[in-house]
Design a protein around this ligand. Sequence first.
Ligand SMILES: Cc1cc2nc3c(=O)[nH]c(=O)nc-3n(C[C@H](O)[C@H](O)[C@H](O)COP(=O)(O)OP(=O)(O)OC[C@H]3O[C@@H](n4cnc5c(N)ncnc54)[C@H](O)[C@@H]3O)c2cc1C
Length: 470
Amino acid sequence: MTDLSADDHDQPHDLVGIGIGPFNLSLAALADGVHGGLAATFFDQRPAFHWHPGLLLDGTTLQVPFLADLVTLVDPSSPWSFLSYLRARDRLYPFYLAERFHIQRAEYDAYCRWVSEQLPGLHFGHQVDAVRWNAERAVFEVDFTQLDGDGEVEALGRAYTRNVALGVGTEPYVPEPLKLLADTPAVPVIHSADYLAHRERILAAEHITVVGSGQSGAEVFLDLLRARPAGAEKLHWLARTEAFAPMEYSKLGLEQFTPDYTSYFHALPEHVRDELVPRQWQLHKGIDAGTIAAIHDELYSRTLRGGWPDAVLTPGVLVRTAGRVGATRLELHLEHAQQSGRSRLTTDAVVLATGYRERPLGPLLAGLEPYLRLDNSQRPRVDARYRLMLDPSVTGSVYVQNAERHTHGVGTPDLGLAAWRSATILNSLTGTEPYPLPRRTAFTSFGLDGQERHRQVPAPRGLVPLSEMR
Ligand SMILES: Cc1cc2nc3c(=O)[nH]c(=O)nc-3n(C[C@H](O)[C@H](O)[C@H](O)COP(=O)(O)OP(=O)(O)OC[C@H]3O[C@@H](n4cnc5c(N)ncnc54)[C@H](O)[C@@H]3O)c2cc1C
């Protein structure tokens, strides 16, 4: 971690990364391996790397194998691989004997932090406020605010760069009607992203309701169930989906999380892509089969001494709105779509496991608006190499990571595609191929021209790769 002076920023960088979540950390780790070096710097507004701290529940694991670390799937020899981390921590033998393909979330968090603490050019406590194109210098200007440990403004700065990588990730999402709930400070209503920080307060509540049938909802419900005395659980788990359904995890189904499927999806017409994503909800919105089994096991074990647990699990229910009951209770107004029925549920605490949305890029990219190419839904157009499509007068590139589900499909937030996307960006940015990529990554041939696409992708039109710039 280096402290930057103004001079450093005047020299244009080859790459400035905004946000240091797993995806831009992967880009930084692979950029570090580019021969001849890349002048790359990355900013994150948080004081240090922490991966979803609110949901690092004991025993929870990644939903992808450990090979989906920051680098291995494109460069298994990288010093920044998960196995290198284990070696550095003298834990390779225990891991070898543990025989765990899916590592614990807490371990992935620790591994990423280990990388983030050693890689050069990473600056935490730096919030990026704006990105502009400086046509005169043919570089991007990146304005940032340096924050102290308490998040207070310490200094303002500007960096110049030929290329930008946006890796600002996702933010917790609360459906409009439920936003009202959060306005009742006397009643604990939290998004699952903040669960661990509020766990004790939630558990102290008489009756608890979990809303949402994704992985987070399931994990929070299981954790609460295990923490409640048998027979006095006082728990409701509500979901809009018609069932508490398992995540698609079959090996051919998972081929939709490969580069082959991503390039197939990208080549589809916009309206077809928009119809497809919601239909693929079980690929990314279901519940891990192991978690479902653990919930059933826990419920079952609570019937051994007779009686049924006081836990109500109801799918197909919409929480339309909510009202207060006295100072400390909430009344949820429920609607059951299939029964066209309505009812009310009084509760003392609510965990909203209502998912995440891509962080809006608008505020950051306001300065680039005149150059941005938008699609029919006013979303930024992104090409096959993860570049925002900009007016040709802009000779630099803005790459996006985990903001392109509308162009690249369900694999966008998947850690299994992190290294691939980073390598694709670095191959495009350098104009050389520091990371040769396999031409084929799936047994399924997606589309009638599946075979055809396995051939090499043509070079980009008109853009000047770094190798010719210097
Ligand atoms: C609980 C949970 C578990 C998940 N588990 C898996 C899994 O097992 N397998 C899988 O494939 N995927 C998983 N995902 C999905 C996905 O991999 C993660 O969401 C991942 O963290 C996305 O990484 P990211 O780099 O895009 O963004 P994030 O991790 O969201 O990081 C973005 C970073 O950008 C920073 N930032 C934002 N705006 C600015 C700004 N203006 N200036 C400076 N910094 C900024 C933020 O502070 C943040 O640090 C999970 C998601 C969640 C929520």
